[in-house]
Design a protein around this ligand. Sequence first.
Ligand code: ADP
Ligand code: MG
Length: 427
Amino acid sequence: MSSLSSSESEEEDERIESYRKGGYHAVRIGDSFADGRYIAQRKLGWGQFSTVWLAYDTKTSNYVALKIHKSAPEFTQAGLHEVGLLSAIAEGDPTNSKHVVRLIDHFKHAGPNGQHLCMVNEFLGESLLRLIKFNRYKCLELDKVREICKCILIGLDYLHRQLGIIHTDLKPENVLLMSTIDPSKDPIRSGLTPILEKPEGNPNDRTTTNIIEKKLKRMARKAVTKIAERRASIGVVRPTVKPDRCLNGINVRCKIVDFGNACFADNPLSEEIQTREYRSPEVILRSGYSFSADMWSFACLAFELATGEIMFNPKKGQDYVEDEDHLALMMELLGKMPKKIAISGALSKDYFDRHGDLKRIRRLKNMSLDEVLVRKYKFSETDAKEFAEFLCPLLDFAPEKRPTAHKCLQHTWLNIGTQIKDEVKNE
Ligand code: ADP
Ligand code: MG
């Protein structure tokens, strides 16, 4: 386990070079889409496939998130796949209460770089990764973790049981809060007046100018921090201690997003799914996967929320690859993988010998999950025991033994706070 999160490497902006034929569509504030129905207000984020903009829907007078895909055929195809899944998701949840992002509309937009598939989704707040960063990678209050877990489990239960969909890429970036951390970022709470036409003097290529300006500012900030650190290290000034941030007022209800890689369980798209840190052992070993692969990722995500650190952060070594390190980290925390499971996958022979031991990583440092929680993260014995009892079954090496989202929702750990609150109320 490392003290660094993968998010340390998260880049703030999409690459300028990707604004070309087949790539992103350059958007200027005030640009209109779908025959004038949606007007771009500001950029919300971006991904490998798209840029996402806050837009004003002039038909319903609501703010929405406009996701504009890159224009090359493979991105359009992936986008249409996502539209198909999101349409099924919206159809099955008429009251929009299942904690999955809501698709409002989709259309094509022609621009200088080609035809871009655009998806209009409900506007949501920051991702859980942002929340973890905002909390400075510290342990998040367990009541907040419980509330987030409940939302995600309701979403997963709906996807798995009612629709037969596996998300396949559950991670902090792909769960968004339903309201913003910073109230000034919420167009309604901040009383924003929608921009309905292009502001005067709008430069021709605002996207590029913005990215360059932001890059320069970031470089300047980094240089200032470096000088301050150096001054502190040679004793010129004392380093300042930042007071902890308070998360009390933040509403942590959230929704699952990004169905770009999701699939129906009876029609899996690819053998290699999930982002590295959240990848399940059956996917690493190519033993086949189902809904329970999402449950593994869910457990990794819950751990990360509660501790601020990634649960499994494998690195390749001189004589072993990342996969083998990943399997070693899993066994250090969860015990030895049963031989039958270890040797069952198409890639098992790459990492395990015939006794079911790892080929290149021989000495494992075992420490159980509740010990880690107490020693490394300073959990109380009771908190550690209760949280480990919730997580461990989800991290069973045998996928079919992991509890389903439905079963998990009935776990006592999710209601610990409420029980106490109810008891206090009844006294
Ligand atoms: P990609 O498929 O290209 O990875 P995502 O769907 O993950 O795109 O969206 C990219 C980013 O845009 C997200 O990480 C988030 O910051 C922002 N975003 C996406 N959907 C919304 C939304 N509905 N509301 C607010 N921000 C969003
Ligand atoms: Mg994404």
